[in-house]
Ligand binder design. Structure first.
Ligand code: MG
Length: 234
């Protein structure tokens, strides 16, 4: 059986997500302090964290919907500060829009485009993310045949739903897919449990946390084409 499809996690697999997330949190905060003064600036880091947790606890059905959860949190921050429902709704929508625009300003690993372009000539490529990044808003978009977000599917990795969606979309057997990701549980355990091959993207040189390891490990995307070839000869 040959490998036909390569699916990728996005954050910390094709790019470092932290710089974009930090900038996105900052522009969201700046937007609120300018347009909804008092909504967020009365919180310090710890109390804002408590507030977020209380939103998660009150809306467990949004746990796999990271965008809706953020919008709900922004809405409740404004209500708590005394803004009207209408103001809070429009404020949540607009603050989220500035967040998302900045969150998409990710910088792909420098080798990523070259590797993806090469792989796209041989395999169908897909994106499977628990976050709210849109691969089609990055320079890598043209190489991807499909992309699923946990919030569209209604379940996050390591649950099998997104992997099943990929199998169905690509019309292949599990042993014809390699999933590449940085998260041992979400990506490696999750993909293995549906029968896919797995490649652990370990760019930070972490220790494997235990349990059955990935089929292969890489620390740079450049190693991926060779790794996939090796999978077939094992
Ligand atoms: Mg990741």
């Amino acid at each position: 059986m040959t490998i036909k499809v390569v699916t990728f996690d996005l954050d910390n697999t094709l790019w470092d997500v932290e710089p974009a997330l930090l900038r996105a949190e900052q522009v969201q905060k700046d937007w609120l302090s300018m347009h909804r003064p008092g909504a967020m600036d009365s919180y310090d880091h710890a109390s804002l964290w408590e507030f977020k947790k209380s939103v998660w606890q009150r809306h467990p059905h949004l746990l796999h919907h990271v965008s809706q959860m953020r919008i709900q949190m922004l809405y409740e921050l404004q209500i708590a500060a005394g803004y009207s429902e209408q103001q809070a709704h429009s404020g949540a929508r607009d603050a989220f829009a500035v967040f998302l625009r900045e969150r998409h300003q990710v910088v792909l690993y420098e080798e990523a485009l070259e590797v993806l372009q090469h792989l796209a000539q041989h395999y169908t490529l897909g994106a499977l993310t628990n976050g709210n990044a849109d691969i089609y808003k990055t320079d890598a978009g043209e190489y991807f045949d499909f992309a699923f977000l946990a919030e569209d599917i209604g379940a996050s990795k390591p649950q099998p739903d997104m992997f099943h969606a990929a199998l169905e979309r690509a019309g292949v057997e599990p042993r014809q897919i390699v999933h590449v990701g940085d998260n041992p549980e979400h990506d490696i355990q999750g993909a293995r449990s549906v029968g896919m091959y797995t490649v652990w993207m370990n760019s930070q040189g972490e220790e494997w946390p235990g349990g059955e390891p990935a089929d292969l490990e890489i620390d740079n995307l450049r190693q991926l084409p060779g790794a996939i070839t090796r999978l077939l000869s094992t």
